[in-house]
Design a protein around this ligand. Structure first.
Ligand SMILES: C[S@@+](CC[C@H](N)C(=O)[O-])C[C@H]1O[C@@H](n2cnc3c(N)ncnc32)[C@H](O)[C@@H]1O
Ligand SMILES: [Zn+2]
Length: 278
């Protein structure tokens, strides 16, 4: 694995579990709390502090502490990711917005693999809850990753981008660290869903039509379509391998190679789109 300094872009081979000092700018990448690789993410945002808070104040290691409203919804997501990856070969994997690590833990047990995993999250309180050796927790903003180009066979992100207003920096960054012929898999809340649109209308906190039912301090939620993700890729060659439409709370999803089916779009609450870097 090669790290890339997220301050000066110098890259070097990296031995897991060892601290690293960038030879060019002297930034220190050290381990804290016994296990978390710290990458000096000084950014602040509502999303970050909200996730810090729920990690501290909810049932520690549960679906709630990463912000899901029900365990059924998280299970639907894990099952869909497992279906999407079942025929993929094992390889270096990055979980983007890994939260408390439950997702990675359950996914890897469903796939019956102990993947060589890195998990990135900008919420230090979330990462403190990771208590599995399946992932190596890395404290960094996903928009500025401390990894060199082309490092991962699989980069995935479950239910993260709905909190990010502008994803034009994030998506190319995730593809940058994906290897050639590797996969980038991103799930989020489906903007075409009839139910989500309805909830949005009924939401008393909904002022600018961008987000749906949420508690008072919860950060804004942005609904999207797979095309909103693909539109952000101009630096890399890629192909859209397909879209899984997820009909949560049913444990059911359908896969299609292009995202043209209007009916599937309307009834799916979430989507998972699979992109291959060429
Ligand atoms: C709803 S939780 C999902 C956790 C996990 N992927 C799952 O599905 O169980 C979203 C996570 O993304 C993290 N996150 C959001 N924006 C991020 C960013 N720009 N960089 C790093 N992590 C981010 C949050 O801190 C939070 O832990
Ligand atoms: Zn540096």
């Amino acid at each position: 694995m090669k790290l890339r300094c997220n301050k000066c872009s110098f890259s070097a081979d990296y031995q897991v579990n060892n601290p690293w000092t960038c030879e060019q700018c002297n930034r220190k990448y050290s381990y804290k709390f016994g296990k978390i690789l710290m990458c000096d993410d000084m950014s602040t945002s509502d999303t970050k502090s909200w996730h810090d808070n729920i990690a501290k104040n909810t049932n520690k290691k549960s679906f709630q502490s990463v912000g899901y409203r029900s365990s059924i919804h998280q299970s639907c997501m894990i099952n869909t990711f497992a279906r999407a990856f079942i025929n993929e070969e094992e390889g270096d994997t990055l979980d983007v917005g890994c939260g408390n690590g439950i997702f990675a833990e359950k996914l890897s047990s469903k796939l019956n693999r102990k993947l060589p995993y890195y998990g990135v999250d900008f919420s230090i309180e979330q990462l403190k809850l990771v208590n599995t050796d399946i992932i190596l927790p890395v404290n960094s903003n996903a928009e500025n990753l401390p990894f060199d180009d082309n490092q991962f066979d699989l980069v995935y992100s479950s239910e993260v981008i709905q909190n990010i207003e502008d994803i034009s920096k994030l998506i190319p960054e995730l593809l940058r660290v994906t290897k050639q012929n590797g996969l980038l898999a991103i799930s989020s809340l489906n903007a075409s869903s009839i139910i989500r649109k309805l909830i949005m209308k009924l939401d008393p906190n909904n002022q600018d039509k961008k987000y749906f039912l949420r508690s008072k301090n919860e950060p804004h939620i942005y609904l999207r379509n797979p095309n909103n993700i693909i539109d952000k890729i101009d630096k890399f060659r890629f192909s859209l391998e397909g879209v899984h439409w997820i009909y949560s709370p049913l444990n059911y999803s359908t896969f299609e190679r292009s995202s043209r089916s209007e009916v599937k779009k309307r009834f799916a609450q979430n989507f998972l789109c699979i992109i291959k870097k060429k």
